[in-house]
Design a protein around this ligand. Structure first.
Ligand code: HEC
Length: 131
């Protein structure tokens, strides 16, 4: 028994630490899932200015400002007339689009921190400005 697992744990920690700062590549990937990959696409039903959509079947996401956890739940299981996407998108794609929607609408607190889902976010207003 040595400390041979330490490098693995270190890498995992770095991956987690890098999570909250959503890279531009992830935003682009999220936008693509929102407008193209999901079928029917989210943009068919939801207004989201970052994705250039103005659909009015579902809630306007710019106003709704969902957290990543809310998006993930709706996309995974469906809600009301919104279909579930669990069979169509991978868990990773759902996480990516959830983080994207939360980030671009300002509902980003809790985004990319799936392990913290149970934590209440009331009153914790994180500044959304990247710089
Ligand atoms: C067929 C139209 C349709 C599509 C496609 C669709 N939605 Fe929805 N969505 C809705 C409707 C309608 C609601 C409101 C459901 C309700 O509250 O009864 C909703 C609700 C939501 C909510 C709010 C959930 C909540 O907690 O109230 C989010 C977030 C959301 N959608 C994100 C997405 C994303 C992301 C996609 C693409 C993966 C998507 N939707 C695709 C119609 C759609």
């Amino acid at each position: 028994m040595t400390t041979s697992t330490t490098p693995v744990l270190g890498a995992a920690f770095l991956a987690l630490a890098a999570g909250p700062a959503l890279a531009e590549a992830d935003l682009e990937a999220g936008r693509t899932i929102f407008t193209e990959t999901a079928q029917p696409s989210c943009a068919v039903c939801h207004a989201l200015s970052d994705a250039g959509s103005e659909a009015e079947i579902g809630p306007n996401l710019d106003q709704f400002k969902p957290t990543a956890a809310q998006v993930r739940a709706a996309v995974t299981s469906g809600i009301g007339v919104m279909p579930a996407f669990a069979d169509m998108l991978t868990a990773g794609q759902i996480d990516t689009v959830a983080a994207y929607v939360a980030q671009v609408t300002g509902g980003a607190e809790g985004a990319a921190q799936p392990a913290m889902e149970g934590q209440t976010s009331s009153g914790a207003v994180a500044p959304a400005t990247p710089d």
